[in-house]
Design a protein around this ligand. Structure first.
Ligand SMILES: [Zn+2]
Ligand SMILES: [Zn+2]
Length: 372
């Protein structure tokens, strides 16, 4: 969540919500018809009546509280972030509503308690952030294509998928736009393996499906090519441990984290600059990104343990944010960017490892020519 509070272009854009232009018109007002603005469904017994509000306004409040009255362009250290204080609480209440399973008033005490436990469980930080962005995007009037385009330019990756059957039939279709690239998994400790390469793997894969041309169930190769790339690129790791059948490995605590177990000593490498020019439909325009944020997890399960974030501030300073504890991260002795350290010792204690689960990159607007 703190990641969003360190994306200046996003904050400037969000600031336009509920704001009148020179003619006194608000082109992106709150949406009174949005579900988040309606009273919670009283039929669901475990949603608090106070779980209501405009998520764009709540985020705006959060930004101004976090940064105080400091001009966003000024050099400044972020204010401590207290999850228990206003204005984070209304967002947490709304989130309980997003995550609350439906429970009828007649449900047994046990089922009700199980649902409450699920509602109040630690949310996978990356999923929570996606929820916030998704609900925020929904508050933009559908007729306001300008604002929707701006949102897409900030976060959305648009691409096309080309599938090829063994019979040589070929089919190209737009893929569903996503907030960055998901389910990337760089091979731990493989010399030369990089985030670029892992993204390539996530964009080039095989599936078995029915072919419209030869009519058979056959292996198809899929090639995903980027049509429009965002300002801020989310790279989400495939964090779930899977069993032999490829199903997510679960037990009573939830989904097991992939970085535990055998991989514990083999964390994925993180690159400070990535070049995904070759993943585009048009490969003549350089497409490079710089690492600006990392979301870390500590613990064995996705919904258990603790999430932290590392962010980049003005002047290229790096901070580790652990709830209300903010500390500056110095460059390592060998001049290594602290954001590329994975896993990271927590409180300088090498027994308490933090593993990266999501990376955030910012687009380099004037990349250097590639073949120097
Ligand atoms: Zn609003
Ligand atoms: Zn075919």
């Amino acid at each position: 969540m703190q990641i969003l509070l360190h994306l200046p272009k996003f904050m400037n854009w969000l600031n336009e919500h509920q704001k009148a232009n020179a003619h006194g018109l608000i082109d992106w007002p709150c949406d009174p018809n949005h579900l988040d603005m309606q009273p919670p469904n009283p039929a669901n017994a475990i949603v608090p009546a106070t779980a209501i509000g405009c998520v764009s306004c709540l985020m705006k409040d959060l930004v101004s509280d976090y940064w105080g009255q400091v001009d966003l362009a000024a050099d400044g250290t972020p204010n401590p972030f207290d999850a228990g204080q206003q204005p984070m609480m209304p967002i947490h209440r709304l989130a309980k509503r997003w995550y609350a399973p439906h429970v009828a008033a007649t449900a047994s005490a046990l089922n009700r308690q199980l649902a409450i436990d699920r509602r109040d469980a630690l949310q996978y930080a990356d999923d929570f952030l996606k929820m916030v962005l998704g609900h925020m995007e929904e508050t933009i009037p559908r007729t306001n294509t300008n604002r929707i385009d701006q949102y897409n330019a900030l976060f959305m990756l648009e691409s096309q998928n080309t599938s090829r059957c063994k019979c040589h039939a070929r089919n190209t279709q737009p893929a569903t736009p996503t907030i960055g690239i998901e389910n990337v998994w760089p091979t731990p400790r493989q010399p030369g393996d990089t985030i670029d390469h892992a993204i390539w793997d996530a964009c080039n894969y095989e599936v078995t499906m029915a072919c419209a041309h030869c009519g058979q169930d056959r292996t198809h190769t899929i090639e995903r090519r980027i049509k429009a790339a965002p300002q801020y690129l989310r790279v989400q790791f495939d964090i779930h441990e899977r069993d032999d059948e490829g199903n997510e490995d679960q037990d009573i605590d939830g989904n097991k984290m992939k970085n535990m177990g055998p991989q514990h000593q083999d964390p994925v490498p993180i690159d400070s600059i990535i070049d995904i020019t070759q993943h585009q439909m048009n490969t003549t325009t350089p497409l490079r990104y710089k690492l600006i944020g990392v979301v870390y997890h500590h613990g064995e399960y996705v919904n258990d343990g603790h999430y932290l974030a590392a962010v980049t501030c003005y002047g290229n300073k790096k901070y580790l944010i652990d709830d209300d504890d903010i500390s500056e991260e110095a460059r390592r002795d060998n001049d290594q960017d602290p954001l590329t350290v994975n896993p990271m010792g927590w409180y300088r204690n090498d027994q308490n490892y933090l593993y990266a689960v999501t990376l955030w990159y910012e687009r380099l607007s004037n990349p250097r020519p590639l073949n120097l």
